[in-house]
Design a protein around this ligand. Structure first.
Ligand code: ADP
Ligand code: MG
Ligand code: ZN
Length: 620
């Protein structure tokens, strides 16, 4: 990666202008002061002054004598000087005058050293001026929007890479995204083919998806596949800049890119500049100017030369509509979280350069990481490799990978975190409560692991369930049972200790959310049938749902949600009461071992006579 020099050129140019201006001012001021205050007199006059008692003080240097005359009333102070001539009697005469009239004399080293002089008279003031100028003009620059004095903070760097060296092979699990970008690659290879037939060419594409899914990677891969230079800049860097700078950066970016066409311009985090201007009266001048410049550049440039603009965002809904108009970012490429196969492929890509044992099972790791994005998976492989080194192994084994999953997904293991025995007991019963409900109900995922080893990321313990296969649809029965599993932790505490703790807060939040969306989003209640009551505005980040119904209806929604939770809670409490022995037996085992794997757990459940199969037969 190199930083293009051209973009520092302006700064240098203005810097030189500034230095020249300062030098001229200093020269004028300096000579003015000199002329005003120091007067040349003849050596003979100096001698006369001394004998006439008109001198206060004398400073003798190598080639000058500086005289401070005695002042009459109302006279302004001044300095006289004369050349020092070879006068062997000078000191004698001054000594006489000192005794007689009390004049002071001394040798001054000041005038002796031309280098020191130069530094004191010129360099030092220039430095001080520059310093003051920096502060002053830095402010001015901000206020007046002039780009002339570019001494201020300037963070938006344009990165240029002649070859990214990244191809589509480096991007795994994003087949659809790659497919929709193949055309752009082809266009960059051979713009002629498209212009000949008169096709309107895509100017830009917007890569949309959650953080870490590989948007930046894909943009680089497009450049790599097409074998063209890659110019990139990050939207967030503009936010801190002075007014006007962002716009000029955008201009620079397009100017430079067009000289190197065909090429790719990549604007990362475009939402930082491309935020909607509506409903934002106070506004951010800088962002608006930058956005306007970007729009102008996108409209202005001739895409037949082969410049394609890619941008990335994880918040498409906040973007200004103007950016999405035809002829701008009129294509959207969704870069979503990878599915099971995608995750396995990503793990494979990242384990290429890593020595991995032939017994390691990447597909099991992929299975255990639903929801993980490419960046997480890349981290997992690296973490596993680090762990292998730490344990003096020559290759990464399955255990390293599994441990890495926990480190990346659930936070580092913290065995030294001290829980009191009572706390530990209640955590154990809580977790076994979750697990047991999962095992005893019909429409649930199998339990993979139960642990009460605390993690740094908050949880004191957790129960991990793994779907037997990747699921895209969830049935009503499954959702109801999921809620029951979430409530199982608290219910176990209640049945065993007859008291409750704060440990269930996260379970409560999740259970409530699930129950609510059954009512408002999925149409799973009799009361509201298939009436949609909520829409989700922010799909990729905060995902805040917005109710679109009357206040009365909202109150009924609360009622319905509560009903689901209450019935589930009752059901779970009964279920656990009926299996009290099992709950105790497994909890004690967990307290002893701290971690139980899925098969150990299931063996205990079955050994006790209860099992999913058994229950499902009973229920039907
Ligand atoms: P985004 O820009 O979407 O936030 P990045 O492209 O910066 O994500 O991804 C960060 C890193 O994660 C990449 O450099 C790469 O190592 C890894 N990564 C992410 N997605 C993928 C993927 N689909 N295939 C391979 N590696 C990926
Ligand atoms: Mg990125
Ligand atoms: Zn819990």
């Amino acid at each position: 990666m190199f930083n293009n020099k051209k973009f520092d050129g302006n700064k240098l140019k203005y810097g030189i202008y500034y230095a020249i201006a300062v030098a001229v001012i200093l020269f004028v001021v300096n000579s003015y002061v000199m002329n005003l205050k120091t007067e040349h007199i003849k050596y003979s006059d100096f001698m006369t002054y001394v004998s006439q008692n008109k001198v206060e003080e004398v400073q003798i240097s190598k080639d000058r004598i500086i005289i401070t005359p005695k002042l009459k009333e109302g006279e302004k102070s001044k300095i006289l000087y004369t050349e020092r001539i070879d006068d062997p009697d000078l000191i004698k005469k001054l000594e006489e005058a000192k005794v007689k009239n009390g004049i002071k004399y001394s040798g001054s080293p000041l005038e002796n050293n031309p280098i020191k002089n130069f530094i004191l008279n010129w360099i030092l003031p220039i430095i001080i001026f520059m310093f003051i100028g920096r502060i002053l003009f830095g402010r001015l620059d901000k206020k007046m929007g002039s780009g002339v004095m570019s001494f201020g903070k300037n963070t938006a760097k344009i990165y240029a890479e002649n070859e990214t060296g990244i191809t589509f092979n480096d991007v795994a699990g994003q087949e659809e995204a790659k497919e929709s970008l193949v055309e752009i690659v082809d266009f960059l290879h051979n713009p002629q083919k498209y212009t000949d037939i008169g096709a309107r060419l895509p100017k830009g594409a917007l890569l949309v998806g959650p953080p870490g899914t590989g948007k930046t990677l894909i943009a680089k891969a497009v450049a790599g596949e097409a074998n063209v230079p890659f110019f990139s800049i990050s939207g967030s860097a503009f936010v801190e800049m002075f007014v006007g700078m962002g716009a000029s950066r955008v201009r620079d970016l397009f100017e430079q890119a067009q000289q190197k066409a065909p090429c790719i311009i990549f604007i990362d985090e475009i939402d930082a500049i491309g935020k909607s201007r509506e409903g934002n009266i106070a506004g951010n001048d800088e962002r608006e100017q930058t956005l306007n410049q970007l729009l102008a550049e996108m409209d202005g440039f001739d895409s037949s030369k082969g410049v394609v603009i890619l941008a990335a965002t994880n918040r498409p809904e906040v973007l200004d509509k103007a950016l999405l108009r035809p002829g701008r970012f009129d294509r959207r490429v969704i870069v979503d979280r990878p599915d099971l196969k995608g995750r396995e492929d990503i793990l494979k890509v990242h384990s290429k350069g890593v020595k991995i044992s032939s017994t390691a099972d990447l597909s099991a790791i992929a299975k255990g990481t639903p929801g993980a994005v490419g960046a997480d998976l890349a981290n997992i492989i690296n973490e596993a490799a680090l762990r292998a080194v730490k344990n003096n192994r020559k290759e990464v084994v399955q255990e390293d990978l599994e441990e890495a999953v926990e480190v990346i997904i659930a936070g580092k293991e913290k065995k030294d975190r001290i829980l009191s025995d009572a706390e530990k007991r209640s955590v154990a019963f809580h977790e076994v409560g979750h697990a047991l409900v999962a095992a005893l109900l019909k429409h649930t995922d199998p339990v993979h692991k139960i642990t009460i080893v605390p993690r740094t990321m908050g949880a004191l313990g957790y129960t991990m369930q793994l779907p037997a296969e990747e699921k895209y649809l969830i049935t009503k029965e499954e959702m109801m049972d999921q809620i029951c599993v979430m409530l199982g932790g608290r219910a176990a505490e209640e049945t065993e200790f007859n008291t409750i703790s704060t440990g269930a807060s996260n379970d409560i939040e999740r259970a409530t959310q699930t129950a609510r969306s059954m009512v408002t989003v999925y149409g799973m209640t009799e009361r509201f049938d298939m009436m949609g009551l909520e829409s989700i505005q922010n799909r990729y980040l905060d995902g805040r749902p917005v109710l679109n119904c009357s206040a009365e209806t909202a109150a009924i929604i609360d009622e319905e949600t509560l009903k689901i939770i209450k019935t589930s809670h009752e059901k779970v409490k009964n279920l656990l009461r009926d299996n009290m022995n099992l709950l105790r037996e497994i909890s004690e085992k967990l307290l002893e071992k701290e971690t139980l794997m899925g098969d150990e757990f299931i063996a205990m459940v079955k050994g006790n006579g209860a099992s999913k199969e058994y229950l499902s037969k009973e229920q039907e």
